[in-house]
Design a protein around this ligand. Structure first.
Ligand code: AMP
Ligand code: MG
Length: 486
């Protein structure tokens, strides 16, 4: 167990120099209180269960104090939002506190909602309790599902009013990740024609997070290939769980292939490939079925940003460099297809691999879409359909078609398919209405539902004690809308 005194805070990002960030104190929360803490995240950090009793812990994670060695800073990045170049963005409400050694390697800690920074633009630098609970629960739920993600250590809250569509209260989530560097960090220095800064960022990132790329004949191509493959794995994982991110702008894309910036995300209830989880995304750019193509598009934006790192003295050289970067991005396609089919084979409990598997998967998804069958429940009930198909049949309108599909599927299943499927098809995901229940209670000062949900979401493949945690959304939740405002 790590003693508080043994924590040595460093900040390698800060050593990049002033082009990359502004150092500034947080605007903390007045008279803060704890809202929630994640024991699983603390355990990952190697911290003892009672870490919240460390000196000043609440004040540190409410932005009112620093532990020795912490150096709060906001970084600058740019990016493409909804397919258009948005120019300079940056940490408008996130502050990097520093980096600490953990059993899982060095981890960075960030406050989200710690007040104004030079990159706040028209924002107030704050995060509301509602969105903080969503980010906190989602981060920890995704981690428990095995999806690469930033983690969440805790939420601090206060009575400080914050104006959104209505008056809400301010909170701060502390996020944890090996790196919060985004595609947008690289885009920033490429777009603003700062090749030396771009090179410095690249060298530092490779040295810390992708050392194998340093020895490649062309490190930038190697890094792009690595990010393309990691992103393919991430998106296949999202798709296999019915997870929609909602705002896949390039500034929300992690260079480590982590799920990053939980805003209007959602796990689908009724399966609809065109499902749009972000109420503000009126054209459906980030609809469920478009996520794989959008990630590919975003990787091209990253390729463009890395181009200045390759030879480009002559037009021929520049063209050849561009081709090699495009080849690296191209690796995404095959990897995504292979990962997606692999995940679906596992969800269906198939034995080995056969040519007809893709068709079998596609037909099930078609039937699910036609019935708007619940995504999570369909796969969970399919897991038990060898012994009892009735609960699954209840989700479908065209039962004859489902029966015909089941007859094709049964002989393809592997030995012990049920147990294998139950281990990959979760019973519980963070449905919007579950988060909403925790938020409504928390807004009344009762954080017990947040804590309870955190525990349930920490064991997503177990049947929950409360059947309602794994059930269809109740009627009141049919029309919950999630906007960008957070
Ligand atoms: P997002 O789409 O939420 O990831 O945010 C896009 C940009 O807006 C980022 O630069 C954020 O830091 C910034 N931003 C979002 N909300 C706020 C806020 N309340 N205050 C300041 N900046 C914000
Ligand atoms: Mg963002």
């Amino acid at each position: 167990m790590t003693a508080f005194d043994g924590l040595a805070w460093t900040n390698r990002f800060a050593s990049l120099g002033p082009d990359f960030f502004t150092e500034l104190p947080a605007q903390g929360l007045p008279d803060p209180h704890w809202v929630a803490r994640s024991p699983a995240c603390a355990e990952m950090l190697g911290w003892p269960a009672d870490w919240a009793r460390w000196p000043q812990a609440l004040d540190v994670f409410a932005g009112n104090a620093l532990w020795p060695g912490m150096r709060p800073l906001a970084s600058v990045y740019s990016g493409h939002q909804f397919g258009v170049w948005a120019g300079q963005l940056g940490d408008g409400r996130a502050l990097w506190l520093g980096e600490v050694d953990t059993p899982a390697g060095p981890m960075e800690l960030q406050l989200k909602g710690g007040g104004l920074t030079p990159y706040s633009r028209r924002g107030d630098g704050r995060a509301v309790l509602r969105s903080s609970i969503r980010e906190f629960l989602a981060s920890e739920a995704m981690a428990a599902l095995g999806v690469p993600t930033t983690r969440a250590l805790c939420i601090s809250g206060s009575r400080l009013p914050v104006i959104r569509e209505r008056v809400e209260t301010a909170a701060i989530v502390t996020r944890v990740a090996p790196s919060f560097i985004r595609f947008g960090h690289f885009e920033h220095f490429a777009h603003h024609q700062q090749p030396e800064a771009l090179r410095r960022l690249f060298d530092a990132f490779v040295a810390q997070h992708a050392p194998e790329c340093a020895d490649a004949p062309e490190p930038a191509v190697a890094l792009l290939r690595r990010v393309s493959l990691q992103t393919a794995d991430l998106i296949a994982h999202w798709q296999s769980l019915g997870f929609c991110h909602g705002v896949m702008n390039t500034d929300n894309m992690s260079m480590l292939g982590l799920t990053l910036d939980y805003g209007p995300f959602g796990f689908m209830d009724a399966f609809d490939p065109g499902h749009i989880c972000n109420h503000s995304d009126d054209r459906g750019r980030y609809a469920y079925a478009r996520q794989p193509a959008v990630a590919f598009w975003n990787l091209h934006a990253l390729a463009q940003a890395l181009l200045p790192l390759l030879p480009g003295e002559t037009a021929a050289e520049a063209e050849a460099s561009g081709e090699r970067l495009l080849d690296a991005v191209e690796a995404y396609r095959e990897r995504f297809a292979q990962q997606m089919l692999g995940r679906l084979r596992a969800k269906l409990g198939l034995a080995g691999e056969e040519d007809g598997d893709q068709a079998l998967v596609d037909e099930l998804l078609r039937l699910m879409a036609a019935s708007r069958a619940d995504f999570t429940l369909s796969f969970r009930r399919l897991s038990r359909a060898l012994s009892d198909p009735e609960p699954l049949r209840d989700l479908f309108i065209d039962r004859d078609a489902l029966d015909a599909w089941l007859a094709r599927w049964r002989p393809r299943t592997a030995p012990h398919a049920e147990a294998r499927m139950l281990a990959v098809n979760p019973a519980v995901v963070l449905r919007n209405h579950l988060a909403e229940g925790a938020i409504r209670a928390a807004e009344q000062g009762d954080f017990s539902e947040t804590e309870r949900l955190l525990k349930v979401l920490g064991r997503p493949f177990d049947e929950p004690v409360l059947p309602s945690d794994a059930a269809l959304p109740p009627d009141w939740a049919q029309h919950l809308e999630v906007s960008c405002s957070s």
